[in-house]
Write a protein of this length. Structure first.
Length: 420
């Protein structure tokens, strides 16, 4: 008998037959959803011998919902994600010409899914533009609810825009708007509460998995009171809430100032040898360079919304592209989580059975990890990895592999099930 997943005492309570709502997605959703579901169900069956099974509950959003109901995000769909806590979705169309800016952002905002979790790992054999993609093993914690993505913008020429500019110029004495008559205005809220809960989740994730470091990525050298504050609040939280479990870069700098660099290095070396996690920071542009040149130096990344958007796609490109990049949106305080394909709808190839289902497939593995079904999650990743090593892949990979066997979406899914 199927049951709802619940959340109590900070933990998910997952029955043997949980109901999980899903949005098939627009465009290539018609191809990648059934291909992925087949693999997940087969992995669960193999891992648990019929003792566990997911009941998939279809809900509507995006273009399919608009055609059927006249709404891009029906209230019933949002309620389903609230009722069942954990869900998954394919790619959704962004409405054009008003209404909801982005269905993905709407889900994140309404459910307060403050972490956008994006693991970036390399599968052997995947075509990559870098020399050593196997060194890339990172997990991005992107803040999901603040920053520019809060959507506080005022178009030039509107009364609201003029009110904001009048206040800034006349009341606050702002003189740095270069072209005030033609400037649109955006506001970037970054809070201590929002920053702390993101960094807390990132550090806890690293501790639970015995990972070596958490890097706070920011542009605090320019935006001192938003991104700079994010960095400072992150360090403060690490040093107070995780005292004895972490070693922070400000601690190293303090020891260096008092006792010299050699002494600071020795203390840090000893702390890391004891299993403490290094908490450090990097300016965003420098991070993008260093992630290419020194990938092995980074593990967990905690960053703000816009930085996280850029970083997620840049790192995904290093290990094969956004087509196989998984993602999840999570509130670790309430249990709400929606996992998703991170790419677009690709309408030109929809229904042609050529799309790579990897992003959605691996996002489903993340979902299985999240509900504690790690054995099934590992089977999904291992089987997909075997299919890639054997060069039995979809056309996006096959065109860059010598001697590859090009498969359709469905056939690639069948091959992964075979590898289970």
């Amino acid at each position: 008998m199927s049951q709802k997943i619940t959340f109590s005492n900070g933990k998910l309570q997952v029955p043997s037959n949980p109901v999980i709502p899903y949005i098939q997605g627009d465009g290539i959703g018609v191809d990648i959803w059934p291909a992925s579901q087949q693999v997940w169900d087969a992995a669960v069956e193999k891992a648990y011998k019929g003792e566990r099974k997911i009941e998939w509950k279809a809900v509507l959003a995006g273009e399919a919902a608009f055609i059927k109901t006249g709404e891009w995000m029906p209230a019933e769909t949002m309620q389903a994600f609230k009722d069942y806590l954990v869900g998954i979705k394919g790619p959704l169309t962004t409405p054009v010409g008003g209404g909801i800016r982005s269905l993905n952002v709407a889900l994140r905002q309404d459910l307060d899914l403050f972490v956008c979790l994006r693991p970036v790992n390399y599968f052997e054999g995947v075509p990559s533009p870098i020399k050593k993609p196997e060194l890339v093993d990172m997990c991005i914690f992107r803040e999901n609810t603040e920053d520019i993505y809060a959507g506080i913008e005022y178009m030039t020429g509107t009364p609201e825009n003029q009110k904001v500019k009048d206040f800034l110029i006349n009341e606050m004495g702002v003189k740095k708007i270069r072209f005030p008559e033609s400037s649109s205005i955006g506001i970037k809220p970054v809070s201590k509460d929002g920053s702390e809960r993101l960094v807390r989740a990132a550090i806890q994730y690293a501790l639970d998995r015995k990972l070596p470091s958490v890097t706070l990525v920011h542009k605090g050298n320019i935006m001192k009171f938003t991104e700079g504050a994010f960095k400072n609040w992150g360090y403060e939280l690490a040093e107070t809430e995780f005292a004895g479990k972490v070693f922070t870069w400000p601690t190293w700098e303090k020891i260096k100032k008092e006792k010299g660099e050699e002494a600071a290095n020795e203390v840090m070396k000893a702390a890391l040898a004891e299993g403490k996690i290094l908490i450090k920071d990097s300016i965003a542009d420098a991070f993008l360079q260093d992630s290419l040149l020194h990938s092995e130096q980074f593990s967990v990344i905690a960053t703000l919304n816009l930085n996280g958007d850029y970083i997620s796609d840049a790192l995904a490109a290093m290990v094969g592209g956004i087509g196989i990049a998984p993602g999840g949106n999570i509130n670790y305080n309430t249990g709400y989580a929606i996992f998703e394909a991170t790419h677009g709808t690709a309408p030109k190839i929809a229904g042609k059975n050529i799309a790579n289902p990897g992003s959605l497939l691996l996002s489903g593995a993340m979902l299985l990890d999240y509900i504690g079904w790690t054995e099934a999650a590992d089977l999904v990743r291992e089987a997909m990895g075997k299919a890639i090593i054997h060069k039995t892949v979809t056309q996006d990979f096959a065109q860059f592999m010598d001697g590859a066997t090009e498969l359709g979406t469905k056939e690639f899914s069948n091959e992964i099930v075979k590898q289970l």
